[in-house]
Design a protein around this ligand. Structure first.
Ligand code: NAP
Length: 477
């Protein structure tokens, strides 16, 4: 029996599409296995052209793989993934490779890698972005694991990845959980990007009086410039959709309570642990939480909230200001995301090339965007770049947008339009560029009630003021 160079376990939406993608590339022969046989049979019946080597049992599946055996797991994250990993690890041998292509929490991946590698088996946590269509036509792939495993796995993943400007959207991100960490941050940035676009829409609609169809047209225009991205493109489509049942814009009949699956929350939790401010991402996660607080929202009284109307003299200038505010806020969200990757890499001893990460996000994934080329260039020019905002291109972009950004945030506040992500991004920028922050006062407060000590600007050492005594200062280090 001929053997397969790659196998896929888990044939729900993602696994079946990934298996078909693998089978469509020259040189690949694909083994497939799913816990319930009906999914395997259906896939084989629907896609005879794929010449899958199908198995009904995990033993048959393992026997159908050539060595080093390489299997990609695409099952439900959590207990399902652990069950499949242990079934494969029992049967695999030294040098074989188990890839978890699901959305695992990176700390789980680190734990699993430690366990599996004790048997000499490689374990690779690979973030795969692009949803169902990406899995079939070419996702962006973020694999972790050992360099050695990437020698076998890299060419296979490169064969199925999206291609951006002639380059496959896959790179060896770093060891153990690095791939899943970077995928998590990708999803966090996705939350921020979506929220920012939603805020721009809300302003254009509420303050500018544009209809969803008109906002769709504005976004189509924006998609021809520096904001060009998949998310802008699909938002234009969503806004142009008319509900067949009512004839209303579809967006007006969709309940305004946004859900989430958890990777945004993970990003914020991890960033809190790392002490990295990802305020734009956090506001996006909280905005979804607020939208879903239906009991509170329904109970809210009609406040006379002190709002004033936003007088718009020049509609074109107003739209351009909103575009600039969106672009500047988006730059901040990406800068914060890349800072979180750098902090995660330092914490976990990963060597992550930020420019390479920006490159593999240019195609296949949800946040694919023209301006990732600029991010890649920025980190390519200077790998040690302290913040994306300090690269010449982005500094100029922020300077160009700053006045409009402030005007939009201020006027939205006056008009009572919630803009949590726009506003927090602007405050982050102002915090970053401030020569002096009120954190000095916070340190004084902390020292007052908890003797937490402080440092001085004019001499080395650690100090405490005797607040309840004679208020003299003592050196404590
Ligand atoms: P899913 O609905 O998350 O999971 C269903 C699959 O998991 C089925 O094949 C199921 O087998 C299998 N499974 C569950 N528990 C199992 C167990 N204990 N032992 C063996 N198999 C088990 O599938 P999905 O939507 O295709 O996603 C797969 C992975 O990709 C997930 O980790 C998901 O987070 C990630 N992902 C999904 C998307 C997306 O857009 N859907 C995008 C990126 C990443 P049975 O058929 O036997 O029940």
């Amino acid at each position: 029996m001929s053997k397969a160079n790659i196998g896929v376990v888990g044939l729900a939406v993602m696994g079946s599409n990934l298996a078909r993608n693998l089978a469509s590339r020259a040189g690949n022969s694909v083994a497939i296995y799913n816990r319930s046989v009906d999914k395997t049979e259906a896939l084989v019946a629907q896609h005879p052209e794929a010449n899958f080597i199908a198995s009904e049992t995990i033993d048959e599946f393992v026997a159908s793989l050539s060595t080093p055996r390489t299997a990609i797991i695409m099952v439900q994250a959590g207990a399902g993934t652990d069950a499949v990993i242990s079934a494969l690890a029992e049967r695999f041998e030294e040098g074989d490779i188990i890839v978890d292509g699901g959305n695992a929490l990176y700390t789980d991946t680190i734990r699993r890698e430690k366990e599996v590698s004790q048997k000499g088996i490689h374990f690779v946590g690979a973030g795969i972005s692009g949803g169902e269509e990406g899995a079939l036509k070419g996702p962006s792939i973020m694999p972790g694991g050992t360099k050695e495993s990437y020698e076998t796995l890299g060419p296979i993943l490169a064969s199925i990845a999206a291609v951006a400007e002639g380059e496959p959207c896959v790179t060896h991100v770093g060891t153990d959980g690095a791939g899943h960490f970077v995928k998590m941050i990708h999803n966090g940035i996705e939350y921020a990007d979506m929220q920012l676009i939603a805020e721009a829409y809300d302003i254009l609609r509420q303050a500018g009086g544009l209809s969803p169809m008109e906002v769709s047209g504005v976004l189509e225009n924006w998609n021809k410039g520096e904001l060009e991205s998949y998310l802008i493109e699909i938002t234009a489509e969503v806004l142009s959709q008319v509900d067949a049942k009512t004839g209303k814009p579809l967006v007006d009949v969709i309940l305004d309570a946004a859900g989430s699956k958890g990777t945004g929350v993970w990003t914020v939790q991890s960033a809190l642990d790392l002490g990295t401010p990802v305020s734009g991402i956090a506001e996006a996660v909280f905005a979804r939480s607020l939208s879903s607080q239906s009991a509170q929202r329904k109970a809210a009284p009609t406040f006379s909230a002190g709002t004033t109307s936003w007088d718009i003299a020049d509609q074109a200038a107003f739209i351009e200001s909103v575009r600039k505010a969106l672009y500047a806020s988006k730059i901040v969200a990406y800068a914060q995301g890349f800072d979180a990757i750098r902090a995660g890499a330092a914490e976990n001893n990963w060597e992550i090339n930020l420019g390479a990460v920006a490159k593999i996000w240019r195609g296949g994934c949800i946040i694919r965007a023209q301006f990732l080329n600029r991010i890649s260039d920025a980190y390519g020019k200077n790998e040690q770049l302290v913040s994306l905002l300090f690269d010449d291109y982005f500094t100029k972009a922020i300077e160009d947008a700053a006045a409009s950004w402030r005007e939009v945030v201020a006027k939205a506040s006056l008009a009572g339009i919630p803009v949590p992500a726009f506003a927090s991004s602007l405050s982050y920028f102002d915090g970053l560029r401030a020569t002096r922050l009120p954190a000095a006062l916070v340190q004084g407060q902390r020292d007052f009630f908890g003797a937490h000590t402080y440092k001085r600007v004019d001499m080395p050492g650690t100090f405490h003021t005797l607040w309840s005594g004679d208020k003299s200062e003592i050196r404590t280090d």
